[in-house]
Design a protein around this ligand. Sequence first.
Ligand code: ZN
Length: 255
Amino acid sequence: MDVVLSRRQLIAGLAAGSVTACVTNPDTGESQFLLVNDGQLAKMAATAWTDAKRQTPISRDPALNSRLSKVGRKITRAANRQNESWEYAVFDSDQKNAFVMPGGKVGFYRGMMDFTQNDHQLAAVMGHETGHVVGRHAAARYSAQMASQAGLVAANVALSQSDTRYRNEIAAVLGAGVTFGVILPFSRKHESQADRLGVDYMYRAGYDVRQSVKLWERMAADSAGPRKPEFLSTHPSPETRIRDLDAYIRTKGYV
Ligand SMILES: [Zn+2]
């Protein structure tokens, strides 16, 4: 189900206070049009994270949890984000999906962890999701919707923190939509950037970047089966991204 946020939802969802406009992303060097800053997004993500954990059972399996946080720590260090506080949770569900939200909230579904054959493949998903955060894709998506649907004036409307009506939509903008049944795919441009940043982090962290290609190939093959991986419902055609990723890995001399 695709849900496009309404103007009202956007206004209600905007934790404004100060308006950020064109800023250079220090990690990618890109100039981005942003109406929301990292602190505001992190605040919203904290609420969405609490909701997600309340809504889906958490796995207490120590092996799964330590595997996730171990890979997570290596990837955040490679992304130069080790000084931020990160929190990890394994959601006890068969879904093949994962998300990383601004403010360092990392959620992996058990189904996704089981699907990965090794830590390299887990790192590929972790790297990709972290790439969305470093690329500030949630903020960019949020801002683009704000600008097109509500106008800049709306950016000055502050979110009432007690207004819980649009929580699910906000979670979706932040990248945790699957948990709440609201699917908001990132653009193709954001997806390829997340793929590229993801393998950069894998490489720096000492993982085998070829396993990222392997993972997406396996996922593509799996999509022919009775249960299409949820991850693919928000991601572009695997064939194209596998080809692009493979070319990128070679160009960078990672293999
Ligand atoms: Zn993605």
